[in-house]
Design a protein around this ligand. Structure first.
Ligand code: C2E
Ligand code: MG
Ligand code: MG
Ligand code: MG
Length: 285
């Protein structure tokens, strides 16, 4: 216990920090054992070809079911895992599970998977991924690794090294949350990637003013010019879908189609999903 009013008035400890610290230590401890027990699992949100409504794959999104019946969202524990040095274990567990689930999906379906900022310093990342692909039999060409634009810009050299590694292994790269990371055009020209995921904030701002739409049009044009595809995140209504279709955005995901679901629900979802009814508002032809 620190001295409150020592000679130099040093205060290293303040009782009010107690609960915050306790809470953090508790989550960290719970997280450690949850990872060890494989309790954190990926849920899957469908990725849709907007013109037809067909499903082209799923994005894996981490979910932590708690003892009290609630489910913890990634925003509440990915950062903790990074700080506690647990991200590599969590990543490996989740990716392996996701690949095992994804080998059961229809042929050609993509598995999209998010990378954390702190993983860019992991020199063995490429190897780890290749090893998991080998172990599970999921083809590299159907795995898409997502890197957030702001992270790529901040850690350009490390990101470039990893992207190059992964692409050489046949894995696809998507730039996530695009439009919020302020990458320069000269940086974009340098990085190897296959898909731009347009940040949800642009899509949810439709209607407020048409400048958001003009920016999307620009991003879609940029993608086409570079020979990559574009996907819009967070499509919640038919109006947004219609605009995105008009702007030529090829893919999308969002609550309009489905929220992330556990693996057990995928077969039923695929059975009942009617592509054309989503795209046109009419029943399948
Ligand atoms: P993200 O990669 O941008 O993933 C999309 C997020 O948007 C997901 O949130 C998804 O549930 C949400 N979303 C999708 N459609 C809609 C919509 O129509 N409306 C709204 N309001 N939200 C929508 P989620 O699952 O909470 O994940 C948040 C972030 O946490 C992800 O953002 C991703 O960066 C990160 N994350 C998730 N799983 C993992 C993981 O396994 N590893 C790492 N490193 N990060 C992960
Ligand atoms: Mg993502
Ligand atoms: Mg992400
Ligand atoms: Mg995103």
């Amino acid at each position: 216990v620190a001295k409150r009013n020592g000679p130099n008035n040093v205060c290293l400890y303040d009782p009010s920090m107690n609960s915050v610290l306790d809470e953090k230590i508790r989550i960290e401890r719970d997280l450690r054992s949850a990872i060890a027990a494989n309790e954190i699992t990926p849920h899957y949100q469908p990725l849709i070809r907007l013109e037809t409504g067909e499903i082209i794959g799923f994005e894996a999104l981490a979910r932590w079911p708690r003892a009290d019946g609630t489910v913890m969202q990634p925003a509440s524990f990915i950062g903790v895992a990074e700080e506690a040095g647990l991200i590599t274990d969590l990543f490996s567990n989740l990716l392996e599970k996701a690949c095992r689930d994804a080998v059961e999906w229809p042929a050609g379906f993509l598995l999209s998977f998010n990378l954390s900022a702190s993983q860019l310093t992991d020199r063995l990342l490429g190897l780890r991924i290749v090893q998991i692909l080998g172990k599970t039999g999921f083809p590299a060409s159907r795995l898409e690794i997502e890197l957030t634009e702001s992270v790529v810009v901040r850690e350009m050299d490390a990101a470039l090294a990893i992207m190059t590694d992964l692409r050489n292994a046949g894995v696809r790269i998507a730039i996530d949350d695009f439009g919020t990371g302020f990458s320069s055009l000269s940086q974009i020209a340098k990085i190897p990637f296959d898909k731009i995921k347009i940040d949800r904030s642009f899509i949810s701002a439709f209607g407020d003013d048409d400048r958001q739409m003009k920016i999307i049009k620009l991003i879609v044009g940029l993608g086409h010019g570079l020979g990559v595809t574009t996907l819009a995140e967070g499509i919640e209504n038919e109006g947004q879908l219609e605009i995105l279709n008009r702007l030529g955005c090829e893919y999308g995901q969002g609550f309009l189609f489905a929220k992330a679901m556990p693996s057990e629900e995928i077969a039923e979802f695929l059975r009942t999903h009617e592509p054309a009814s989503i795209a046109t508002g009419t029943t399948a032809r």
